[in-house]
Ligand binder design. Structure first.
Ligand SMILES: Nc1ncnc2c1ncn2[C@@H]1O[C@H](COP(=O)(O)OP(=O)(O)OP(=O)(O)O)[C@@H](O)[C@H]1O
Ligand SMILES: [Mg+2]
Length: 369
């Protein structure tokens, strides 16, 4: 029995799943009738229409935030610089940031856009039977791997082999698998390898070195640019050999680390960037009584609620939009958002913000008389 995996809901594990992700399109925006027409719809028609709106709200829009644009620019530049570089480790990119700041989304979006650009320029490569160098190949320019917890170097090679659809012999050793993977990566024209959640590799002092050596070996023997994402990589064994060592690993010597962060709230530029993101998400609402700009006005409140996390922000707006339809309020107001609970972490942060605000301001000390 084949299971239906929604392309937007799970991380791709094979090249076929990656292609489904790359080609997935969000639901189309439902055309809005007038409110009077809507109220006159039969119960069933209204239910169908509301379901289309729920789907649209649930998908929400992906925003090209300033951070997304900046990091995509750097990744693109690095790929161009690497394109025809002589063999040997090409410089890669490490995206390092706390959980739920949008690292995976950013990396996958880059991969999908890169592949779509290639398709525009070289449509023949994407044909079913693409022949190059006398060989029929399944052109696979982008590889995306999401690393499971405590993965070993062999797991990494097996994940690559699974992604590429390779059939492995039962007794294949790590070296066999790695060598086969390297041959296939070269044959199918891979030029970008994204390794997501690289902190899940076993980087403990004992295993860390082996993992680092393995990563370096694969990156060295491949004509692809590597992009790694992960949490707290600066302090991890990916950059240092063992937690206490200060000797930089060869991985760190080769890659550039970029921090991926939450939105800030200090400067005017921070505030504008946050408001622009809220605006982009607000434009994705299909509600009858919601006035454009109504949500942007709540930007400071939204910041307090979410602490500047894109994940918490999209969760809150998504659920509020569904609530606005279900409750028939048809607008996202502050009162409505007050009723929506999001992640425990975001809620705890918000409680702290409110607590700090309720504290009376410290009185100035009286000057000694
Ligand atoms: N650019 C964006 N536009 C709109 N929504 C986004 C964007 N980036 C992230 N999100 C939302 O935030 C959620 C979390 O993002 P993502 O999974 O990319 O974060 P992450 O940093 O990889 O998290 P983790 O560290 O847990 O793997 C996504 O499911 C999506 O809903
Ligand atoms: Mg992620």
């Amino acid at each position: 029995m084949s299971t239906f995996r929604h392309p937007g809901l799970a991380e791709p594990r094979t090249k076929e799943e990656w292609r489904r992700y790359r080609d997935s399109r969000p639901p189309t925006r439902p055309a809005m009738p007038s409110y009077q027409q809507y109220r006159k719809l039969s119960e069933e028609d209204r239910e169908d229409f509301d379901e289309d709106r729920d789907a649209f709200h649930s998908a929400l829009v992906l925003v090209d935030t300033a951070q997304v644009k900046r990091l995509h620019y750097l990744m693109k530049r690095r790929m161009k610089a690497n394109a025809r570089r002589a063999a040997g480790g090409r410089a890669g990119i490490v995206l390092d940031g706390p959980p739920t700041v949008g690292k995976s989304t950013l990396a996958k979006l880059f991969g999908a856009r890169h592949e779509n650009r290639l398709r525009r320029r070289h449509p023949e490569r994407f044909a079913d039977h693409y022949e190059t160098g006398g060989m029929l190949i399944d052109y696979t320019p982008v590889v995306y791997l999401s690393i499971p917890a405590r993965a070993t170097p062999k797991d990494l090679s097996v994940l690559l082999a699974d992604y590429l659809g390779m059939v492995l012999r039962g007794k294949a050793t790590q070296t066999d698998i790695t060598n086969q993977v390297l041959t296939v990566l070269a044959d199918v024209g891979t030029e970008l390898v994204i390794i997501d959640d690289v902190h899940f590799l076993d980087l403990s002092a004992r295993e860390g070195r082996v993992v680092n050596d393995h990563l370096k070996y694969i990156a060295n023997e491949t004509a692809a640019t590597f992009v790694y994402t992960g949490v707290e990589l600066k302090k991890s064994g990916l950059f240092l050999e063992g937690q206490t060592s200060s000797r930089a690993t060869q991985t760190s010597g080769r890659n550039t680390r970029h921090a991926v962060t939450k939105f800030g709230c200090r400067t005017e530029a921070d505030k504008t960037e946050w408001a622009m993101t809220v605006k982009a998400l607000e434009e994705g609402l299909v509600l009858f009584r919601h006035k454009p700009g109504q949500l942007v006005k709540q930007s400071p409140y939204l910041y307090d609620r979410t602490g500047g996390s894109i994940c918490a922000l999209t969760d809150l707006i998504r659920e509020s939009a569904v609530e606005a339809v279900m409750s028939e309020e048809e607008a996202i107001t502050r009162k409505l958002m007050d009723r929506i609970e999001i992640s425990e972490y975001a809620e705890a942060t918000y409680r702290e913000v409110l607590k700090q605000r309720r504290k009376p301001a410290a009185r100035p000390k009286k000057a000694a008389s």
